[in-house]
Design a protein around this ligand. Structure first.
Ligand code: FAD
Length: 509
């Protein structure tokens, strides 16, 4: 039934950005109506919302925004007149192809469950992409052959360099069950292992040959720490994310999305991963198309499969399923028509340092937006759960400051990039310019590596630490975070900075 609502604040999107924004603004303005419009149902958070009687959750997708009139139309027929609007509509997977039933993207609970169902009948899958989702998938899938096609020279290059990739590769080849069982013992072991090697690399040195050497050496300690990511992050607000009834996207899955989902294929003991480097997908064929195609490959040698993937390196693989994990595209569609939003090159809604879009009184936060301000020298935007939460919270504070006509400074969380995750069962911490992003030749790398245990990389410029990659249980993150933030001149310490026999935390206390 059509109806009109007046609200001081309207927030669109029931993901982490929208929910954080709505909670924050509702608590700050208890006597103002706040509406949260979402295409997908919220599950756990609804109970949290009961403490904000002024916050109304409407489960309906927005179909039209008239920004000049400060008006939103939802699919359920309701119209909302707002004073301030925050768009937190997330992003959707960039699918290789839209209408191929053998191609699947993973974004929300429904797509993860669909993947699990189809994987259970699969003998071979092809995974395309080199970001976080692909990295987690290839490691977690068991009982199914995985062909992993990446366009780069090394795995995981969104997150780390070729050296770290070399460090992680043996985990793909190892027996994962045994590996998981091992990761449960002594936290202190290994730090002072006689096999730990420390190197200084200049930007011009390629660390791969060095790491290849390290990997071949039997410098390994048998004790590991299993670090559970979920315990280290505030995941209280993680809730189930379903697609809406209308087929709209559900909220994005966050850290640990595969916990509790068994990713097992149809083969008893096979879990091999084969990587095809520096290639992309040229064409995906259905079985029928493949048989009729003029491909020069000996078709019968490839076997009979529901789908075939031809790569740009001219190799073709038959498979049951193709997983497209090639990134996301901001979900801006319903908001653009008739409005004049400034979009960034990645198609996100461009926001200034107050999270304001180019349309008056319209803010944006999370995966849908692109930071348009001059970033701190140690921060960059990545479409991650933590950043979506920080942006949602900060956008609410900016809306409040604008309403109250109070000044507000860019929040401290945008000072230093930091991300904690888990890849191949290792804790991974990324700080600042962890990949020397934007530094050109003007940097030096310090590296410490113990095979199967830890990989530590420090990025220095002018003797000051600007970034770090910490893989394994290094216990260095707090100290390094401080060293990066206080920009202390570390020139005189040289390689000693990574000397495993020095308790660095004590040293800089
Ligand atoms: P979303 O969570 O996508 O929420 C968008 C919301 O907007 C949804 O509720 C949707 O229904 C709603 N919506 C969309 N259109 C409309 C409309 N027209 N009207 C109303 N509502 C609408 N990040 C990490 O930091 N660590 C990880 O380990 C990690 N793993 C991930 C694994 C997977 C499989 C995926 C997909 C993502 C992962 N991410 C991870 C990224 C992280 O989940 C996202 O960056 C974050 O959740 C984005 O939050 P958001 O609120 O901006 O968007």
């Amino acid at each position: 039934m059509a109806s009109e609502k007046q609200a001081t604040f309207v927030i669109v999107g029931g993901g982490i950005a929208g929910v954080t924004c709505a909670e924050q603004i509702a608590s700050q303005f208890p006597s103002d109506e706040v509406y949260l419009l979402t295409a997908s149902p919220l599950v756990k958070t609804v109970t949290n919302f009961k403490q904000y009687p002024n916050l109304k959750v409407v489960q309906s997708a927005v179909k039209l925004l008239q920004a000049k009139e400060h008006l939103l139309q939802a699919e359920n027929g309701q119209t909302f007149h707002y004073k301030k609007l925050c768009i937190c509509s997330g992003a959707r997977p960039k699918l290789l192809t839209q209408d191929n039933p053998h191609v699947l993207g993973i974004r929300d609970t429904d797509s993860a469950q669909e993947f699990q169902k189809r994987l259970s009948k699969a003998k071979r899958i092809v995974v395309i992409g080199n970001g976080g989702i692909a990295l987690e998938l290839v490691y977690e899938v068991e009982g199914c052959e995985v062909i992993w096609a990446i366009k780069d020279k090394a795995i995981g290059n969104t997150f780390f360099d070729a050296g770290a990739a070399q460090f992680l590769i043996p985990s793909l080849e190892a027996d994962k069950k045994r590996q998981r069982a091992r990761y449960t013992t002594d936290k202190t072991a290994g730090m002072n292992s006689p096999h730990t090697l420390v190197y200084t690399l200049t930007h011009s040195e390629h660390c791969c040959p060095l790491l290849a050497f390290l990997m071949k050496n039997e410098c390994c300690c048998n004790k590991y720490v299993h670090y559970l990511l979920g315990k280290s992050l505030d995941t209280d607000n993680v809730y189930n994310s379903h697609s809406g009834a209308s087929g709209e996207l559900g909220s994005a899955l966050g850290p640990d999305w595969h916990e509790g989902i068994e990713l097992r294929g149809a083969v008893q003991n096979s879990s091999g991963v084969h990587i095809e480097y520096e290639c992309e997908v040229d064409k995906i064929y259905t079985q029928q198309d493949f048989l009729e195609s003029k491909l020069s490959t000996n078709k019968s040698e490839l076997g009979v499969w529901p789908a075939y993937v031809e790569l740009t390196n001219r190799k073709t693989y038959g498979c049951d399923l193709v997983i497209s994990a090639t990134g996301v595209v901001p979900n801006t569609d319903p908001f653009l028509s008739g409005n004049s939003f400034e979009l960034a090159v990645d198609h996100g809604l461009r926001v200034d340092d107050h999270m304001r879009t180019s349309e008056q009184d319209v803010y944006a936060a999370g995966d849908v937006c692109t930071a348009g301000w001059e970033p701190s020298a140690l921060w960059q935007q990545m479409r991650l759960w933590t950043q979506a939460r920080q942006m949602g919270w900060y956008a609410a504070r900016c809306m409040a400051a604008d309403v109250l006509e109070e000044p507000i400074e860019l929040d401290f969380c945008f000072e230093l990039f930091s991300h904690i995750t888990k890849f191949f069962n290792y804790k991974v911490v990324l700080l600042g310019k962890f990949n020397a992003q934007g530094l050109g030749q003007d940097h030096e790398l310090l590296l410490r590596c113990t095979k199967g245990q830890e990989y530590v990389k420090v990025v220095l410029t002018g003797g000051r630490m600007v970034g770090a990659v910490l893989i394994g249980d290094t216990d260095l993150e707090e100290t390094f975070e401080n060293l990066i933030l206080n920009q202390m001149d570390l020139s005189r310490y040289g390689e000693e900075l990574l000397n495993p026999n020095i308790d660095i935390e004590d040293y800089f206390d």
